[in-house]
Design a protein around this ligand. Structure first.
Ligand SMILES: Nc1ncnc2[nH]cnc12
Ligand SMILES: [Zn+2]
Length: 336
């Protein structure tokens, strides 16, 4: 590895855009299928990996929902999250905010309690074992109606103190943020931080809607915002964080080549971009591999890399004291 590669691997960082169901590696998928008696269309790791060729977001989502069908018991959710957190800690990720998709589970008869208890136990185990800090963000599936999102928010209330925020994910085109105006208003009233996937495949207008109608505090992806100079200037002026996912964009054909990835433009335009893995088991890399891929393809400098790591802590939803501790640790690392 190059010196800059070593630096990236060792750099303290936060990950703010990771779908825990997207960290389900083929080996674990097959093991859980066997443990739970679930029949999959794929019988081997090689067959699964061969299926991970996507031409767009929907292609991927079809497989992602099929994959999560092996998650049935509390222990499954624990094992899934623990494997991700171990991997993240090994890459010097010091803070993570993890997305989960409750409707992906409740719609197939798995209780909300089963999901949240398993994930929560893993977060607490990992905090103790690896010394990182964590948070959970529950996402609403935007291909389903708002009433279902509202029921999901209601179901979450007994565990209000375990969830820092709500988000919006799944099939973007044709499912604008405005579809979820009321449920986001209710979530904000309840004190949840809010985020939304926007401008991954959908137009810049969806990014504007996420800001103006859902009042989100971060945009997940946001790539298409760059199509609109006025919106780009606004994102920079308001320091709206973008959780960018380079390998995801490449694998879902949002960019044809990593050298065409907009991250460098985002940085040069003064946007508060961060680097994240999205669905690492499906897209070929965790957070460090995402940093390495864009650094190499775009020729990012050491200063760019430091900016991205600093942004990841600045954009986090953790308590201010925790954030300052992470930023101080980053500064100490840079002085070593
Ligand atoms: N990249 C992505 N976009 C939208 N929804 C998702 N759910 C999991 N990964 C996603
Ligand atoms: Zn995502």
């Amino acid at each position: 590895m190059t010196d800059l590669g070593q630096f990236i691997a060792q750099l303290p960082k936060a990950e703010l855009h990771i779908h825990i169901e997207g960290s389900l590696e083929p080996e674990m998928m097959l093991a859980l299928a066997a443990r739970n008696g679930v029949q999959l269309r794929y019988g081997s790791v090689a067959e699964l990996r061969a299926a991970y060729r996507f031409t767009n977001l929907q292609d991927f989502l079809d497989l992602y929902y099929e994959g999560m069908s092996v998650l049935r018991q509390e222990q499954d959710f624990h094992d899934l999250a623990m494997a991700y957190l171990r991997r993240a800690a090994s890459q010097n990720v010091r803070h993570v905010e993890i997305f989960f998709d409750p409707q992906g589970h409740t719609e197939r008869g798995i209780a909300f309690k089963t999901v949240i208890d398993g994930l929560w136990r893993a977060l607490k185990d990992a905090e103790r074992e690896f010394g990182l800090t964590t948070g959970l963000i529950m996402c609403f599936l935007r291909h389903i109606d708002e009433a279902s999102a509202e029921r999901t928010l209601q179901q979450a209330l007994p565990w209000r103190d375990r969830i820092i925020g709500v988000g919006l994910d799944s099939s973007e085109k044709g499912n604008p943020p405005s579809k979820f105006r009321r449920v986001f208003e209710r979530a904000r009233d309840l004190g949840f931080a809010t985020v939304a996937h926007a401008g991954e495949e959908g137009p810049a207008d969806y990014v504007r809607e996420a800001l103006d109608i859902l009042a989100v505090r971060r945009i997940d992806h946001g790539n298409r915002a760059l199509d609109d100079p006025e919106l780009t200037a606004r994102l920079a002026a308001e320091k709206v964080p973008l959780t960018v996912c380079p390998l995801s964009n490449l694998r879902l054909c949002g960019v044809s080549d990593m050298a065409q990835h907009p991250l460098k433009h985002m940085l040069r335009a003064g946007l508060m971009a961060t680097v994240n893995s999205d669905d690492p088991a499906y897209f070929g890399g965790y957070v460090t591999e995402n940093f390495l891929a864009v650094q190499q393809a775009l020729g990012l400098t050491r200063e760019d890399i430091v900016t991205l790591a600093r942004n990841s802590f600045t954009a986090a939803f953790c308590d201010e004291a925790v954030k300052q501790r992470h930023l101080a640790a980053l500064d100490a690392f840079l002085k070593e």
